[in-house]
Design a protein around this ligand. Structure first.
Ligand code: BES
Ligand code: ZN
Ligand code: ZN
Length: 516
């Protein structure tokens, strides 16, 4: 025991002396390594190294396993230990706990526990190394290179663009594995989610409707051969007679944009497109039905639907998925002013239906109503809208899963299957007539923008409202209000806006691409 402790002390001393004698340049290139270990079954006790960790251990004549016996005899899932100076190429080595090695798809949890454990563990290792100012990290594939890459790239994200003091920028690389294609895929999926996180986290005076559209235009520029962008101005929105969308933007000084993305990934030009529609309220003050000021700042992320939809199309293009996708994002602010829509006003949507706007804070369904009517004119194979639509969705499911309201069992299965793979879960919600009656019973117009029993079943009455604008057989509404932000529930996402469910949308599109 004493001997091994001495080895550790020597290792630490050796590392320190090397660091102090190193040139500044060398310090700037500090390399780290993340290795995984599984827990053995209870009766066996101890740890079992991944293939990459075992090879690393062999190269050190068993030193890593010796150190682990002292420092982490039973390293638990998501826990870590750092070893300094044990390898000349890697001054810092993070060993992370992957849980049991026989995990897989879990019916009760609706996700793949093995993949989730890898994302968690790798993110923990990378974050610790980032804290230690390591700027290049090599990562064990831990048995699933795609999940390992997702854990690394999601774990290292932070929004510090506007701070003077920034976290260490860390580059990542696969260590000791041939699964480079899967690793690269995982990096692209995670970067997609990080793009959505960036747009959602950014303040509303930075990400205005115009800035949002410009950012997406920049992101698709490398894929210009397959992606077309249209940034439609207010005059176009007026020509389209999108009276519901226009009623929301009325109170704002910031010009609205109707953003269209066309991704042509399928060689068969006749293949019907998948249509994705995202709510793009770059700030939701509530309008004249003003929100309470506490936590109003979070409403800068009320464009989370547009952010996840656009980020998933950027990702589909980067992956060159063989599928056609159209993305629509009605972008505007919801603000109070002398020009703003007033409770009780009646507006006319693109399809001619009249809407009594009893609560100007229920604005998401108004912008989506017009975007859905427009989307249907493309005769899509499926139409999926994504929106931070109701606080009631957060009350119902919290951040465990996105609520899916759909008229199609086929579409539900596709979305659910994708979410089991990504771990960014979905849960089916009802579209009963029961709720439709509560929005169609309206004093002045065809529809009321709030249910007549106001708070009860708020996520369901909002979905029922959208249903009144949809004639397609395969439509799904994803209410992402509950998953919009993360405290510590998803361990591989740090605190802040989550970018969920970007990876599920990408996986869903990939599934459609492969099913033809
Ligand atoms: N953007 C909000 C919903 C929301 C709340 C998203 C919290 C994320 C976190 C939406 O526009 C809204 O205000 N909805 C109202 C509807 C109500 C007035 C019928 C709500 O949920 O309170
Ligand atoms: Zn609102
Ligand atoms: Zn809103």
């Amino acid at each position: 025991m004493l001997v091994v402790r001495k080895t550790v002390q020597m290792a630490v001393r050796k590392h320190l002396s090397r660091s102090f004698s190193a040139s500044r340049n060398h310090l700037q290139e500090r390399k780290g390594l993340v290795l995984g270990v599984f827990e053995k079954e209870a009766e066996e006790g101890g740890l079992h190294l991944t293939e990459a960790a075992a090879r690393f251990d062999q190269s050190l004549s068993g030193k890593l396993s010796d150190l682990l016996k002292i420092a982490a005899p039973g390293l638990k899932k998501g826990k870590s230990r750092i070893f300094y100076g044990i390898h000349q190429d890697f001054p810092c080595v993070a060993v992370v706990g992957l849980g049991k090695d026989n995990e897989g798809v879990c019916g009760a949890e609706n996700w793949d526990t093995k993949k989730e454990n890898i994302r968690h563990a790798v993110s923990v290792g990378c974050k610790i190394l980032q804290e230690l100012e390591v700027n290049h990290v090599e990562v064990d594939d831990c048995g699933d290179a795609k999940s390992a890459a997702e854990g690394a790239v999601l774990g290292l994200f932070c929004y510090d663009q506007l701070k003077s003091k920034k976290k260490t920028r860390v580059t990542t690389q696969l260590h000791g594995s041939a699964d480079v294609d899967d690793w690269k895929k995982g990096v692209v999926y995670a970067e997609g989610q990080n793009l959505a996180r960036f747009l959602m986290e950014a303040p509303a005076n930075h990400i205005t409707p115009t800035a949002f559209a410009n950012t997406i235009e920049e992101k698709v520029a490398p894929h210009a051969d397959r992606v077309t962008v249209n940034k439609r101005p207010k005059a176009w929105i007026e020509e389209q007679q999108m009276g519901a969308f226009l009623s929301v933007t009325r109170g704002s000084e910031e010009p609205p944009v109707f953003l269209e993305l066309y991704y042509n990934g399928c060689p068969d030009k006749k293949q019907l497109p998948l249509m994705l529609v995202g709510k793009g309220i770059t700030f939701d003050s509530g309008g004249i039905s003003l929100k309470p000021s506490q936590s109003m700042d979070a409403m800068r992320a009320d464009m989370g639907g547009a952010a996840t939809v656009c980020a998933s199309i950027v990702t589909a293009a980067a992956l060159k998925l063989p599928v056609n996708i159209i993305g629509l994002a009605p972008l505007c602010e919801n603000m109070p002013s002398g020009k703003a829509t007033k409770p009780g006003d009646v507006v006319t949507a693109k399809n001619g239906k009249t809407i009594q706007v009893d609560n100007t804070d229920a604005e998401g369904r108004l912008v989506l109503a017009d975007a859905l009517c427009y989307g249907l004119t493309f005769n899509p194979r499926a139409i999926v809208n994504v929106a931070t639509l109701t606080g009631a969705m957060d009350v119902a499911l919290g951040s465990a899963a996105t609520g899916v309201f759909t008229n199609s069992d086929w579409l539900w299965e596709q979305l659910h299957k994708a979410s089991v793979v990504t771990g960014d879960r979905v849960w089916r919600m009802p579209l009963f007539q029961h709720y439709s009656k509560q929005v169609t019973d309206c004093q002045l117009a065809d529809l009321n923008n709030v249910g007549k029993y106001s708070r009860s079943g708020g996520a369901c009455t909002a979905a029922a409202f959208l249903k009144e604008f949809v004639t397609a057989p395969h439509w799904a509404h994803l209410d992402i209000a509950g998953v919009m932000s993360n405290k510590d529930e998803v361990p591989y996402l740090s605190k802040g806006m989550s970018g969920r469910p970007t990876r599920t949308l990408v996986e869903f599109a990939a599934g459609l691409a492969h099913s033809g």
